[in-house]
Design a protein around this ligand. Structure first.
Ligand code: ADP
Ligand code: 5GP
Length: 212
């Protein structure tokens, strides 16, 4: 039976394992699409325009927001970030899930949007603050100063854990990935995700009445 795609929102403090788990989820099901955010920040080494982000100017970003082309947007670390709406609508109508790596502000806006019935929001917590710091340092991507900024912001992000549908403590990576795929498997069966159900039940009714 045809299904509707989910908007899978994955949030966490930086370093808790969002990108790693997003990749694992897509290895599990390559049909899951990543929402490519637009941002006004500049690209880091190795980041590819159109793949990691769409890197755009602040005036262009403001035009997109003004024209209603952003599903949500937020100001994070001094830069603007937003999720373009059009690719999301196309994907979920055709039955593909879309994964968002966005912060709590974006999660809140999508949860209050007309697409709310199709949202699955998941928050990742680190096993401890010491481990969070260890992961940020181990990733080897940021300077000590940037790591301190991320740590300061982490608590703000963690304080919004209560607005998510599911909360996972990302201790063992394989165990977290298994929990994530279990959640997605179950949520795909939500009534709102199965647009063919009414027709199916109507068919059952016809058959039932014919057999009476
Ligand atoms: P985020 O996208 O949330 O900022 P990353 O996915 O980049 O975080 O993970 C930060 C670092 O922690 C990476 O080096 C990653 O390999 C590591 N990591 C992620 N999950 C785990 C885990 N469960 N156990 C140990 N290390 C992990
Ligand atoms: P970074 O600059 O490290 O890639 O991302 C910084 C933060 O911005 C992360 O917490 C990330 O989840 C968030 N972010 C990235 N894209 C978006 C977006 O489109 N919308 C919102 N609300 N947050 C985003």
């Amino acid at each position: 039976m045809k299904r509707r795609g989910l908007l899978i929102i994955l949030s966490s403090p930086s370093g808790a394992g969002k990108s790693t788990l997003a990749r694992r989820l897509r290895d599990w099901d390559p049909d899951i699409q990543f929402s490519v955010s637009a941002t006004t920040r500049s690209a880091r080494d190795g980041e590819v325009d159109g793949v990691d982000y769409r890197f755009i100017s602040e005036p262009d970003f403001k035009h997109l927001v003004h024209d209603g082309e952003m599903l949500e947007h937020a100001h994070v670390f001094g830069n603007f970030y937003g999720s373009p709406l059009a690719p999301v609508e196309g994907a979920i109508t055709s039955g593909a899930d879309v994964l968002f790596d966005i912060d709590w502000q974006g999660a809140q806006q999508i949860a209050n949007s007309p697409l709310a019935p199709h949202v699955l929001s998941i928050f990742l917590l680190p096993p401890s603050i010491t481990e969070l710091r260890r992961r940020l340092e181990g990733r080897g991507q940021d300077t000590a100063e940037v790591i301190e900024k991320r740590m300061t912001r982490s608590w703000d992000e963690i304080s919004h854990w209560g607005m998510y549908d599911y909360v996972l403590v990302n201790d063992d990576l394989d165990a977290t990935k298994d929990r994530l795929t279990t959640i997605v498997t179950a949520e795909r069966l939500r009534r709102t995700q199965q647009p063919g159900l009414s027709d199916h039940v109507r068919q059952l009714q016809i058959e039932f009445e014919e057999n009476e």
